[in-house]
Design a protein around this ligand. Structure first.
Ligand SMILES: Cc1cc2nc3c(=O)[nH]c(=O)nc-3n(C[C@H](O)[C@H](O)[C@H](O)COP(=O)(O)O)c2cc1C
Ligand SMILES: CC(C)CC(=O)C(=O)O
Length: 417
């Protein structure tokens, strides 16, 4: 029998149907397991020991009291799986199509800024790991590697470029043109940063990019440390704790944009980005999901920025079902936030998501062992997801639906959806 879960034989060849992996003589192959790190929570612990304080705090914290950060994770614990049995799960296909690519599993790596803070290879390591495992990567506008280099490292696996649309559109226009030229399939506009969330540790640590790193997509502009010294000399008008100042491009000054609105922004972006797809990331309500469809978004990501923006905003898994209902299959609905196990991906899909994105776990992998660590993260999640499919009696992703879930109520009673 072919072992139906992730093995190097099937994940190194993402275009092969996963159920066509060469048979293994001994069934379960544990040879690639990292015995120090058998779960994402162990990966988190290992990673923390390897990051400096500024980086660990920046990666891990949420806004304000971290309520939404925690809620994202806990929301998954409010659902239990209803497994079906005796269904012949000897052959499992966990692949789905995203951005025209057959992804080996229904999740991608969410855009996260400044990955060279975690490891000198930064975004290149993440891109190579994703390419090897057949997983799509979202690249942050504020990456420490140029978007062209990341595109090249991704090989046949497509990428999407996350956009912060600056108030001065000329920088964004250049970036979009470069993404198009480099072969990106989609731009993902982040819409939950009209202002930056207040991250206390980031403020207390006076976060800034070390001088040997740069925001590579805007490398012709002053570095954060250059801006820092000029602003220290002259003073600045930024919120408490932020030492940098406009007009240079740093994430504190240019990440937030309070001027985005539906009609003009979407019209402009769709025109500039065409033929790339335009997605919106940071939607939490059915009202805004409807508006996204109305204004021509090609897809949406239900997200609260990993709890880093509005603390007290609802958990993404809780926001998902109403959004799925209102979108009614007109465009794809993706979700991110709080996914720490393959069974979380299964639950999100059962609640109607077409695809998931994973943020911090990949950063932990990167900090742990660079490309090898990100691959470990992907392998754990893929394996857990496929195992969850098998144990639930599911052989194809499209079979996963609400029948496979029940909800734990406040009283502790479990009820069907
Ligand atoms: C350190 C860090 C940096 C991030 N940078 C960006 C970014 O540049 N653009 C963006 O849209 N989202 C960014 N995000 C949010 C992620 O794309 C994603 O929404 C979030 O991490 C998902 O939650 P999770 O970390 O619980 O998986 C960042 C998240 C983290 C943790
Ligand atoms: C460029 C930034 C605002 C990065 C970001 O999105 C984050 O730190 O959450």
């Amino acid at each position: 029998m072919t072992y139906p879960f992730a093995t190097d034989a099937n994940i190194d060849h993402p275009t092969l149907p996963l159920n066509m992996s060469p048979p293994k003589s001994s069934g379960i192959d544990l040879s690639d397991d990292d015995l120090d790190c058998l779960s994402i929570s162990e990966l988190e612990k290992r990673a923390l020991g390897r990051m400096d304080k500024q980086t660990g705090d920046y990666y891990n914290e949420g806004a304000d009291s971290g309520v939404t950060l925690l809620d994202n994770i806990m929301a998954y614990q409010m659902y239990r799986i209803r497994p079906r049995i005796m269904r012949d799960v000897s052959s499992i296909d966990s692949s789905v199509v995203v951005f025209g690519h057959r992804s080996s599993a229904p999740f991608g790596i969410a855009p996260a800024a400044m990955q060279k803070l975690a490891h000198p290879d930064g975004e290149l390591a993440t891109a190579r790991a994703c390419a090897r495992r057949g997983i799509v990567m979202g690249l942050s506008s504020f990456s420490t590697t140029a978007l062209e280099d990341v595109r090249q490292a991704s090989g046949r696996v497509p990428n999407a470029l996350q956009l912060y649309l600056f108030e001065d559109r000329s920088h964004s226009r250049d970036l979009i043109a470069r993404a198009k030229m480099a072969g990106y399939k989609a731009v993902i506009l982040t819409v939950d940063t009209p202002v930056l969330g207040r991250r206390r540790l980031e403020i207390r640590n006076q976060f800034r990019l070390p001088s040997h790193l740069e925001i590579a997509n805007f490398a012709s502009h002053a570095t954060e440390s250059e801006v820092e010294s000029s602003s220290t000399e002259e003073g600045n008008n930024l919120p408490d704790g932020y030492a940098t100042r406009a007009p240079q491009i740093t994430f504190h000054t240019h990440g937030p944009n309070p001027t985005l609105e539906w009609k003009e922004t979407m019209k402009w972006l769709k025109h500039e980005a065409s033929p790339m797809q335009v997605w919106l990331k940071g939607i939490l309500t059915p009202e805004d999901a409807s508006l996204a469809v109305e204004h021509g978004a090609d897809g949406i990501i239900v997200s609260n920025h990993g709890g880093r923006q509005l603390d007290g905003a609802l958990a993404t898994l809780d926001a998902l079902p109403d959004i799925v209902a209102v979108v009614d299959r007109r465009i794809p609905v993706h979700v991110d936030g709080g996914i720490r196990h393959g069974s979380d991906i299964f639950k999100a899909l059962a609640l109607g998501a077409d695809f998931c994105w994973v943020g911090r776990p990949a950063l932990w992998g990167l900090a742990y062992k660079g490309q090898v660590g990100v691959e470990l993260c992907l392998r754990l999640l893929i394996d857990e997801f496929r195992r969850c499919m098998g144990l639930s009696g599911v052989t194809e992703v499209k079979q996963i639906g609400p029948d496979y879930l029940c909800k734990v109520g406040r009283s502790g009673f479990v009820s069907r959806l």
